[in-house]
Design a protein around this ligand. Sequence first.
Ligand code: ADP
Ligand code: MG
Length: 246
Amino acid sequence: MLEIINVSKTFQNANGERIPAVSSLDLTVARNEFVCVVGMSGCGKTTTLRLVAGLDKPTEGRILVDGRKVNGPTPERCVVFQKYTLFPWRTVRDNVAFGLEIRRMNRQDRMARVRKYLELVGLGDYDMSYPFELSGGMQQRVAVARALAAEPKILLMDEPFGALDSRTREILQNELIGIWCNERKTILFVTHSISEAITLADRVVVMTRPGRIRRLIDIDLPRPRDKNCERFRKYNAQVRDLLNES
Ligand SMILES: Nc1ncnc2c1ncn2[C@@H]1O[C@H](COP(=O)(O)OP(=O)(O)O)[C@@H](O)[C@H]1O
Ligand SMILES: [Mg+2]
């Protein structure tokens, strides 16, 4: 479904030097696949996601979704960022409805869709709350509901649970897996946590600076995954070694 073909992205820093953020990246993601991109800070994960989202343009190469070239952001590719990006002046309900308003969906369909996705993330009773009334984990659930409400072909997630405490993070990981199983979504999920990647993904993309793929690893473990099992720890060590080598 998603093809990233020989994509490079360079930025210019303040001294006019060219900084390669992503270099000759090739990656194909199948429909309904859950792919995690893992790598140290600065290796090009966010840049890759922004290119797929259409928020940035590649310097070279091209990105296709269902064979069509990505030419800017559309609701078929929604992003959930690490920082809570909710509108503080809008209720939970109206935050989730925002993208649907922009698309001029009629009120009745909009409200039905908002209800469905708020219930899916366990916030059916919080529709009239404001973001400041919610915990960090709840706010991120709203952000996930807002992205899902657009019914995107691909859900793009950039360290969405990175600001949460470890217990909340585990709960949201489990919820996301549940949603992914039931809704059959294609997910590209960026994290710098090796164990988060192995917990979630069908396939882990190990990235190293400057914006290169070091290895693709199929995670052949049944879900829900036990972090303490032997094979989980083996995958963990494998990815850690790949990141340390580079
Ligand atoms: N808008 C930008 N302008 C200049 N350099 C950038 C910009 N965005 C990212 N970079 C650089 O590109 C590289 C990759 O950044 P990024 O994709 O944010 O990495 P990651 O998300 O893996 O931490 C870094 O060296 C970063 O400094
Ligand atoms: Mg980043």
